[in-house]
Design a protein around this ligand. Sequence first.
Ligand SMILES: Nc1ncnc2c1ncn2[C@@H]1O[C@H](COP(=O)(O)OP(=O)(O)OP(=O)(O)O)[C@@H](O)[C@H]1O
Ligand SMILES: [Mg+2]
Length: 529
Amino acid sequence: MVCREARVGGKRAIASKSTAGSASAAILTASPGLQLVYDTAPVGLAFLSTDCRYLMINQHLTEICGISISDHIGRSVRETVPQVADQVERIVRLIVESGKPITGIEVNGQRPDGSNVDRVWVTYWHPLKSRNGNVIGVNVAAEEITARKRAEVERAAMHERLRALNQTLAERVEAQAQERERLWKLSQDLLIVTDTEGTVLNVNPAWTATLGWEPDELIGRTGEWLVHPDDRDRSREALVRMLAGTSTPHFENRVKCKDGSYRWLSWVGMPDRSSVYAIARDVTDLKHAREQLNALRRELARVAQQTAIGAMAASIAHEIKQPLAAVATSAHSGLRWLGKAEPNIAEANAALERVVKGAHQIDEVITSIRTMFGGGPSEKAPLQVRLLVEGVLALTQSELEAHGILLRNDVPDELPAVLGDRVQLQQVLVNLIVNAIEAMSVVTGRERQLTIGSSFDGQRVIVSVADTGLGINPKHVDQIFEPLFTTKSRGMGLGLSICRWIVEAHGGRLWASVQAPFGTAFHLTLMPT
Ligand SMILES: Nc1ncnc2c1ncn2[C@@H]1O[C@H](COP(=O)(O)OP(=O)(O)OP(=O)(O)O)[C@@H](O)[C@H]1O
Ligand SMILES: [Mg+2]
């Protein structure tokens, strides 16, 4: 193949001279105007001989394969761009055979290093015919459409994204609508939509299930006729308040059932533009249960009150037993002194004074117990344990003597004063002493001795009452402080529970311990002032 070079407008235009392309080459070399077009056209241009050799090519077209103009001229397509040679040869053949142009063929970048493979050109193939109509060559024009192509791809992707989004949106809307529909149907709460006048627009099936009304009987009418006459004004006000946006969070009224009865509904509503959406829950059973509960509470309070009264009566009876017995003894002895042939007025006087004292003590005990049960403040004051014990011993002396019990008072003089209610603490000691007397009165053959002691451990004052009685049955150790527990035929089982209650109300503790070799000791702690 012979190549011929011609310079046109300072640029190289080369025509090849071959057997097949000589006619066309002659045309081209004789056409400097054409060369100018080649050099200045904004598109790629080439002229191929019918045996697919480049007779002309401009710079733009070399962009596709990256080979210079001079390396194209006179060379075949197969030599320069073998990758597309088959396609080009076919196109040229078709054009030669048909004499018709072929357009719109897209070609990608063909540089051997692959650097421009994503660039795209659209090519147009037009025959150049001789006068007698034979095709003597093919004009190729290539326009780069990379940007347009990219835009197209992006547009297509965008379109696809939009389509997908639309579809998901539609699916979501559909799913939500179905969900709402399901909730609307399944809800056990009564759902209703009305306009702002209260005309019913829609109700869910719960209306039929709960109240018996079919939707047709409700839709299109206001709901006022359904509301209990006593609740109508309140209901109307609630609707007005809700529409004004100041609704109370919950509102209850009675709504008529188809069978004529009424159910209590608890409402929550919300206006939205021209509609009102409301939910009502049937709270009839809840309300009845609440009423029953209240009635039960009232009954319980009454029973508790009666129990408290019973307990107070029992406590008073228990606590005045001992002082009452002492009063009776003193009264008897007073009568005895007066009944003598020579009445001893002084002794009778003393006995009567003891009666008066005992009566006062009984009065104090009753007041103290009422205070205990009424929850009123007890009168706590600083007390000397020794004086407290002596006062109690004076009250129980005659009984100790009557049972032949030896008394040992070990309470030291120097003890810190304790803070307490005198009458209540005296009751505690009297109860413990009476129990001790009762425990010793049944033992024979050994000394009956009551020992009262007291000490201070640096924090608390401890008072102990010990006896040499029959002792506590180990089986009962845990029960003796329980109310109503007694092992005595005439016992009430209240003494120790009252004692523990009083001691604990003073911030102290009360407990029992086994005495060696026999007997029991009770210990209580009191707070120093
Ligand atoms: N000093 C004691 N020695 C042995 N057992 C005792 C002693 N003190 C109490 N107990 C036992 O504890 C039980 C309960 O005593 P508590 O004082 O509470 O009731 P009670 O003495 O039986 O009857 P009451 O209500 O008349 O006092 C007694 O029945 C007795 O079994
Ligand atoms: Mg007792």
